[in-house]
Design a protein around this ligand. Structure first.
Ligand SMILES: Cc1cc2nc3c(=O)[nH]c(=O)nc-3n(C[C@H](O)[C@H](O)[C@H](O)COP(=O)(O)O)c2cc1C
Length: 179
């Protein structure tokens, strides 16, 4: 496990090669099995393969043109309705102070990391992207205003081997018994 965690990279260039549907299903299964607070499972995943929709999404995502080399985008959406009743009106965006928003983003992020690691395990490559505003991405996919897009993961066979990015040493991040 640690070897695969160590080998994972954010990959921003992909071969023009389709992903086998069994592999995509296995990756989504890894997300489905993620833990979440009170087992609320607030996530939904929109699989995007159409060139037209990918184009619109990458444009909304700070026009990161490299994204278009990926055959599949997984748009990862957090749903606050697992914590807030359907009759209460909620509109979510980057400035929302709704406390439950933190919880659903936290939980959906765990599932997203499962996707990155399962992709690595299957010999695929991925990159989490999130350089967008909710208002720009939502209308492209008809996502309602009570949902929050946590990120768009690009997925495919990697056509680059990025160098490892530096991480802080353990001594800097571990404390014992107290702060
Ligand atoms: C929440 C989040 C948002 C990110 N957004 C982007 C992005 O929009 N574009 C991009 O190229 N990389 C993005 N990344 C990838 C990071 O830049 C990358 O994880 C970091 O530099 C460490 O590199 P590594 O993943 O190869 O270890 C994002 C990563 C995370 C976790």
């Amino acid at each position: 496990m640690l070897k695969q965690i160590e080998n994972r990279r954010s990959v921003r260039k992909y071969f023009n090669q389709k992903i086998e549907s069994e592999k995509l299903t296995q990756i989504l299964e890894s997300a489905r099995l993620a833990p979440s607070g009170s087992n609320t499972q607030p996530w939904s995943f929109i699989i995007v393969e159409s060139e037209d929709t990918k184009e619109k999404l990458s444009f909304a995502d700070h026009h990161q043109k490299w994204m278009m080399t990926a055959p599949v985008f997984i748009v990862c959406v957090a749903d606050i309705r697992c914590r807030i009743s359907a009759d209460i009106e909620v509109k979510l965006d980057e400035n929302s102070s709704q406390p439950e928003l933190k919880q659903i983003i936290r939980d959906t992020s765990i599932a997203m990391e499962h996707i990155l690691l399962e992709a690595e395990h299957l010999g695929l490559a991925a990159c989490w992207t999130a350089w967008f505003e909710q208002a720009a991405v939502r209308p492209i996919l008809n996502i309602p205003e009570d949902k929050y897009v946590c990120g768009i993961i690009t997925l495919g066979y990697g056509d680059e081997t990025p160098k490892p990015q530096l991480r802080k040493p353990l001594e800097e991040i571990i404390r014992y018994e107290k702060w």
